[in-house]
Design a protein around this ligand. Structure first.
Ligand SMILES: *Cc1c(COP(=O)(O)O)cnc(C)c1O
Length: 230
């Protein structure tokens, strides 16, 4: 199926799922994850009205960001500190801040280029040793420690739960992230504690994520097909 049709199907699924749980579909952003996909594919998605894209590799994203200036790119991959300068320049949001050192390096570059940057804290909600992200128990402390960094705007939390074939298990992780975000908002740790963003849900589990309060789903395969091995 074409990218255009896939996007339409996902927008329909977002609307249906949102309505089924009493939410406004307009509160759920679709991030098209275009990593390893061609610029032609991105162009097709833009022509179909897609405005937000997610990329995982800084070098690859650099080329795409300069080719498509009218859409927003979010960084959703692991940020090595030596790539933080580029990340600060290129993206409208970095969703994967998981340590104070990275936040500090980002802030330093943002000061230099006179830019404010929206970020999310990546939480390792399943405490999976193979995954990046801050431990859920240390999330509030990390948010607290980045509060003095004036160029960084912590808008919410992001997670990638351990893969499970049991929807109930996946749901429990999404629920845990939402509860954690409520706790941090109660402590006034976000940039806007009335509108906290939750980036959770991918191709295979975005409906569950929407039911559990996701405000931004990151969908790759269901839009662009299988990723080529480049
Ligand atoms: C690749 C990726 C996605 C998209 O995954 P699909 O299963 O292709 O939808 C979402 N989030 C992150 C962090 C990713 O790395």
């Amino acid at each position: 199926m074409s990218i255009t049709t896939n996007l339409q199907n996902i927008q329909n699924a977002i609307a249906t799922t949102a309505h089924s749980c009493g939410r406004d579909p307009a509160d759920i952003k679709l991030l098209a994850v275009s990593k390893r996909h061609s610029k032609e594919s991105i162009q097709e998605a833009i022509d179909a009205g897609q405005l937000h894209f997610g990329e995982n590799y800084i070098q690859e994203a650099q080329e795409k960001c300069s080719a498509f200036k009218d859409v927003a790119f979010h960084f959703i991959g692991h940020v090595q500190s030596n790539k933080a300068k580029l990340a600060a320049e290129l993206f409208s949001m970095v969703e994967t801040v998981d340590r104070l050192k990275l936040a500090k390096v980002l802030n330093k570059h943002l000061e230099k280029i006179d830019k404010d940057l929206d970020i999310l804290i990546q939480v390792n909600i399943g405490k999976d040793p193979k995954k990046y992200g801050v431990d859920p128990d240390e999330t509030a402390a990390l948010l607290q420690s980045i509060q003095p960094l004036s160029r960084i705007r912590p808008k919410g939390l992001m997670t990638m739960p351990p893969f499970s074939t049991d929807p109930a298990v996946t749901r429990s992780y999404f629920k845990a992230l939402r509860l954690l975000s409520i706790d941090c908002a109660d402590k006034k740790l976000f940039y806007d504690n009335e509108n906290v963003e939750l980036s959770m849900g991918m191709s295979h589990d975005f409906k569950i994520a929407i039911e559990e309060g996701s405000t931004s789903i990151r969908v790759g395969t269901a839009i662009f097909g299988e990723r080529p091995n480049i």
